[in-house]
Design a protein around this ligand. Structure first.
Ligand code: 99T
Length: 200
């Protein structure tokens, strides 16, 4: 399999953590792919019309995107404990994954607003709207983090990617003021899969 990959991307990181948690990493070749909404990567564009990372080419030549679909697919390829559970727990896990994806979508939009959009075209109210989504989402994560125990499924993978991305791109945001989330992240940062995939 081939993964169009970008070491800054929190969405790619979800996939890379899942690959390591499930011992599938050796089956995937990672192709480093710089992405920008204003400078589409030609090879990636031929595989994913949205020109976003991650995209995964499977051994039977399907190209899958986005990160949720890729994680769902990869979780079918191993015989260990599933990171996307079945039964009623599935909906809690997928809802938590969506919450984390939504926080990350807002964070990446803010990042592009400041790193890509020309200063004269920036709109503070719009950025503040995205920051509000991030902060409300973090409050929700902090409320539920104490219920997670030792579970490290797709939702917690997403939460680890949120915390790591905010450290990487939003160092001034002080998300650690939410003590329950900060304490949870301190414990999962030590996992080999999380430590090996710190954004760069
Ligand atoms: O928007 C673009 O054209 C390029 N952006 C991306 O490819 C980002 C990289 S994060 N990926 C996504 O937004 C994927 C979202 C999708 N719903 C998923 O896979 O879950 C780059 C962050 C950074 O550089 O700071």
């Amino acid at each position: 399999m081939r993964l169009w990959h970008n070491p800054a991307s929190p969405f790619v990181r979800k996939v890379r953590i899942l690959l390591r948690e499930t011992n599938l990493a050796s089956r995937v070749e990672e192709i480093n792919t710089p992405v920008s909404p204003v400078n589409p990567h030609a090879e990636l564009a031929a595989k994913n019309p949205l020109v976003k990372t991650p995209a995964l080419e499977t051994d039977d030549s399907r190209v899958l995107y986005d990160s949720s679909v890729i994680c769902d697919y990869l979780d079918t390829l191993h015989s260990g404990a599933k990171l996307i559970p079945g039964g009623a727990a599935r909906w809690d896990a997928l809802r938590l994954e969506s919450l984390c994806d939504g926080i990350l979508d807002a964070a990446v939009l803010c990042r592009y607003e400041t790193a890509v959009r020309p200063e004269a075209l920036r709109w503070n109210d719009w950025v503040n709207g995205q920051l509000t989504k991030i902060r409300n989402g973090l409050d929700a994560l902090a409320n539920e983090a104490p219920t997670w125990g030792n579970t490290f499924g797709i939702g917690q993978i997403g939460a680890a990617c949120v915390c790591g991305y905010l450290d990487f791109r939003f160092a001034d945001e002080n998300w650690r003021s939410r003590a329950a989330l900060a304490a949870w992240y301190e414990s999962v940062k030590q996992r080999a899969s999380v430590a090996a995939t710190v954004p760069a």
